[in-house]
Design a protein around this ligand. Sequence first.
Ligand SMILES: Cc1ncc(C[n+]2csc(CCOP(=O)(O)OP(=O)(O)O)c2C)c(N)n1
Ligand SMILES: [Mg+2]
Length: 557
Amino acid sequence: MSLIAKHAVMEQFLAEGVKYVFGNPGSTELAFMDALQDYPQLQYVMGLHETVPLAMADGYARATHVPAVVNVHIAPGLANAMSMVYNAKKNGTPMVVTVGQQDTRFIATEPLLAEDLVRFATPWVKWAAEVVRPQDTLMMLRRAFKVAAEPPQGPVVLSLPQDLLDGEVDEPVTPTTHTNWRSRPDPAAVKRIARMLTEARNPLILTGDNMALNDAPAEVARLAEVAGCPVMAGPSRQWNFATDHPLYVGPLGFLGGMHESLSSFDLIIAIGTGNPFTSLFYEGGTPIPPGAQFVHIDVDAWEMAKNYATTETVLCDPAWAARDLREALESSMSPGEREAAKSRASAIGERTRAAREKAEEQLKADWDKEPISPMRLVGEIREAAPKDTAYVGSGGTSGRGPFGQLIQLTQANSFFDGNASLGFPLPGTLGVKLALPDRPVVGLLREGDSMYSIQGLWTAVKYNIDVTYVVFNNASYRILKQGMVRYLGSSERKSEFMGMNFGEPAIDLSRLAAVWDIPSRRVEHPAELKEALRAAMDVDGPSLVDVVIDGSYGRHF
Ligand SMILES: Cc1ncc(C[n+]2csc(CCOP(=O)(O)OP(=O)(O)O)c2C)c(N)n1
Ligand SMILES: [Mg+2]
């Protein structure tokens, strides 16, 4: 039995378990939209600018770990989508972006909107292609799902010329066969790395988002406990380690100071980090301290031993590697080595406890400050939000530090960020909520970033998505001001921070949210916070609290 290609596409989505199609349509997507009408099992989620459906799909896909589907409109739609495709590339988001293409019967005449979509998308995606015969539609769609989901996960783009969607497909719909990537590490490499771990005086484990795909976080915690090894978060755009673990020492950071943070370690083991040392600023040289050994275990061969001298690389499942390494340690450590690991672990535990106490003291000291201190805001969020809350965004330069210090993220899917291109958190929060309907979902927004995808508020109302937004409103592009201070260094020059202060008219997200009757409030005084946050959390549907916080920018990061 043959199927019309547009129906075959929908049937394939169902075979993949797709529930939502995020998108924004145009005239070259009419066949696609027409077919959707016959598939009520697929909910179309509309965004009023491509940033919105793309960011929603990003949040949704990272919370489910399976490819999300987005449909956008030919050259202009894809162009708008590309900033979020870039985020998906950086976030390792499995995502199938389908894009309409002009009617192939006259595409050679260069009709309106027709462009080389594949060439345009290719540099930022794992795979981009255009269907050229209806009969190939299912094969290419399955390939799209396979490539997006295969670690390292990432976005793919499939161009669907509109006339071909009305052609015929003879092949039956079958679900995609996904690559089983959970390979075990080479036992000889495990032995060598276990030896390095027992011989190191001061080892470090760096975590990353490729650990978030399975049970690697728990396995790495057990490994760290046996090895007596601190765990630092490498590039982390989503939850990949329990931050309340006594051996967790915080993030490596990406705003400079990377070399300094790593300088005391004689063995660094990066596990599932992708590119482990991604920084915004040039530091020169290598972040691996002189004489230190560097081991990289990952699902991504491209990122291993790519930039710096590396002692050992292992391509395998990070969870298997952590388990095998722990078992190798348990069966090979001498009593003296066990003792050394134990005393290291207790010293690290002591330091993390002291750091936490210090943060609580800072919270007390900041409690009554006006304008509201970001520390107080995060302290209040901690009180108002249930323990199993999933957070999207971390409140930018103002919120990130206090968020990391005060809120412990203990379970999978507790945190999603990823904002190389601004605009992710506001709609991303909505996508995460669709993926995790039983968890409270809080978007920690910032006013600058939110204006890149403000249309997401409409989508939140349209589909009544139950999220709570809290805005860290510092009335500026504070990160750029800090960057300017750093750039000017010790020079006498005073910056006017061109293009970095909003001034008047103020960016008041509570008023923007009120346009669509989202329960919202602007808070300027600390004493109002508790009630405002509690009331927002209680709303069944979207709500927003826009908090005017201290925007002072200090000397530098
Ligand atoms: C699409 C896009 N345009 C511009 C930038 C450059 N940029 C990076 S951070 C930033 C300012 C962010 O300000 P805000 O979101 O208010 O956070 P804050 O630094 O104040 O905490 C800008 C404009 C970007 N990353 N992405
Ligand atoms: Mg700001």
